[in-house]
Design a protein around this ligand. Structure first.
Ligand code: FEO
Length: 171
């Protein structure tokens, strides 16, 4: 059984994962309207992953005798200045998510809820990967010259990256 404190904290994380999904969905839609299909494919997939993170938390809360709350989300931005801004925002957002996950683990330790702490280890590892991926993408973009550089190549690279990730998940 979850304590009220942990249940509330997990519901806040559910909200953050839902907001992440919406945020990346807005980025994906914007990129699609700019004709950047590889970037949008990557971001649509990223949005789906965040929804999966939200669902995994919801199921855990309900399984442990709590009640997962479907969050009310603020509308994400409609447009972005450019691709560099999009991926800077992705990294900034992932760093924020990692901070929140770490805080959540800290609350579990303090409350003596080692089951939830153990469950959250998956999120700790996932955040390391997501931050590393965002940094890798920003490095690649820098190499190609940022928004004024070769966006065609960058777009194609992200399409390949999204396909490779999908294949790895399916394997
Ligand atoms: Fe589920 Fe990328 O935070």
């Amino acid at each position: 059984m979850l304590s009220e404190k942990i249940e509330t904290a997990l519901n806040q994380q559910i909200e953050l994962e839902g907001a992440s999904s919406q945020y990346y969905l807005a980025m994906a839609s914007w990129a699609e309207t700019q004709g950047m299909n590889g970037i949008s494919t990557f971001l649509y997939k990223h949005s789906d992953e965040e929804r999966m993170h939200m669902l995994k938390l919801m199921k855990y809360v309900n399984e442990r005798g709590g009640q997962a709350v479907v969050p009310t989300l603020k509308a994400p931005p409609k447009s972005f200045k450019g691709v560099k801004e999009v991926f800077d925002l992705v990294l900034e957002h992932e760093v924020k998510v990692s901070t929140e996950i770490n805080k959540l683990v800290g609350i579990c330790v303090k409350e003596g809820d080692y089951t939830t702490q153990n469950f959250l280890q998956w999120y700790v590892s996932e955040q390391i990967e997501e931050e590393a991926l965002a940094r890798k993408i920003l490095d690649k973009l820098k190499l190609l010259g940022g928004d004024k550089g070769n966006l065609y190549l960058f777009d194609r690279d992200l399409e390949t990256l999204a396909a490779a990730e999908a294949e790895a998940e399916g394997a």
